[in-house]
Design a protein around this ligand. Structure first.
Ligand SMILES: *Cc1c(COP(=O)(O)O)cnc(C)c1O
Length: 391
């Protein structure tokens, strides 16, 4: 069978499963050995070499999902991201980085790169011209994230890929927000795809992992550094992640169906001044979303009108939980000004369009009417002023 001809749910369910030859069980056995035979074997296996049976086989599923040749699993999204970046960089190199990327990645670059004499430029905006302008003679990598956090802006995958090919620069995308259910950057010519598997891949808010998918050649290069950095994943978690990935397709599709409905509902609500969701016709990147995404993902953001207080609103919700993280089957909301972007000054935040009343909404699989009721009830409670003084 040709792997990439399989439908996404079949890849999720079957690719990379380890056959239980001994007992014929339905699921992959879990191999916990940290010590393997070294003589007369094809592969010298060791957990930190990223090649225990569970790691090796689950990597096949992730590669198939991302339409890539190979993949590696990591102990966290940041372990995948840091290992990938450092695998391709040396002193004197330069990196072009999208300006509004995940805070942890931004910190890694802004706090660590100087001491290795690796320079970087954060782009002014998200257009291909903004990336072009930031490229220098010593630029090695371009790093993007689309849809972006928290305003769900899009970067043109095909345009960035062809710019990078023209300039012989490696392109890397953080595909955590979209997932391969919604977007396959490799199909547009992007070289390397990284993931925080803590988010949609895990999907149940109960594990921390990372992944990278790319050509075999790029994965070999990342592996060379990764085994020295040592950020491999425990086989218990690999096994949990395999179980989680079986439902990635149906989870994300259900979540994005809900997200589209919730975005439309919020867009019409008088207490909401603005909704950021690439699936709304009013979104500036709506056409681009249609070109490069299948659906529009399950993350959205919105501004509550100035007269109301977003923190009080979050306290008034019963079903939807305030939460630091995202992408679980349960709906959660976060105030970027208080969490992901709390380290920026208010001016810096406002410059990026992140006001105090901006809420990022990770839409779950609950029944959409219950989510709508929860939001409507909370908004009416705070509009009546019943909760204002309790905070
Ligand atoms: C959470 C996240 C990361 C970091 O992943 P960890 O698993 O927390 O290390 C990277 N990128 C994005 C977009 C994320 O949401």
């Amino acid at each position: 069978m040709k792997k990439n001809k399989l439908g996404i749910n079949t890849i999720c369910t079957h690719v990379g499963a380890i056959e239980d030859r001994q007992f014929k069980g339905a699921t992959s056995p879990i191999y916990l050995s940290s010590s393997y035979e070294f003589m007369d074997v094809d592969v010298k296996r060791y957990p930190r070499y990223f090649n225990t049976p569970n790691q090796e086989y689950l990597a096949k599923k992730i590669a198939a999902l991302e339409h890539a040749e190979a993949a590696l699993l990591f102990g966290s999204g940041m372990a995948a991201i840091s290992s990938t970046l450092f695998a391709f960089l040396k002193a004197g190199d330069h990196v072009v980085v999208q300006n509004d990327i995940y805070g942890g990645t931004r910190n890694l670059i802004a706090k660590q790169f100087d001491k290795y004499n690796i320079s970087y430029t954060f782009t002014n905006g998200l257009s291909v011209e903004d990336f072009q302008d930031a490229i220098q003679a010593n630029t090695k990598l371009v790093y993007i994230e689309t849809p972006s956090n928290p305003l769900l802006k899009l970067v043109d995958l095909a345009a960035i890929a062809s710019l990078c090919k023209r300039e012989s620069i490696i392109s890397i995308i953080d595909n955590t927000f979209a997932t391969p259910v919604v977007q396959n950057p490799v199909d547009f010519g992007i070289d390397i795809v990284v993931h925080s598997a803590t988010k949609y891949f895990g999907g149940h808010s109960d594990l921390c992992a990372g992944a990278v998918a790319a050509s075999q050649e790029h994965i070999n290069k990342i592996w060379e550094l990764a085994k020295d950095f040592g950020g491999s994943l425990s086989d218990f978690t690999v096994w949990m992640l395999e179980r989680s990935l079986k439902t990635l397709g149906i989870r994300v599709k259900a979540q994005q169906r809900n997200a589209k409905k919730l975005a439309k509902f919020l867009n019409k609500h008088e207490a909401i001044s603005k909704v950021y969701y690439p699936g709304l016709k009013s979104h500036p990147d709506y056409d681009l979303a249609k070109q490069q995404m299948r659906g529009y993902g399950a993350m959205l953001s919105f501004d509550i009108i100035e007269e109301l207080n977003a923190k009080v609103f979050l306290k008034a919700l019963q079903l939807i939980k305030p939460s630091m993280s995202l992408a679980g089957i349960e709906s959660t909301m976060i105030l970027p000004a208080e969490a992901s972007h709390a380290l920026l000054s208010k001016e810096e935040r406002l410059e990026q369009g992140i006001g105090d009343n901006l809420i990022r909404f990770s839409v779950g699989i609950e029944d959409k009417n219950d989510l709508i009721n929860d939001i409507e009830t909370a908004l009416s409670i705070i509009a009546e002023g019943k909760l204002v003084n309790t905070i």
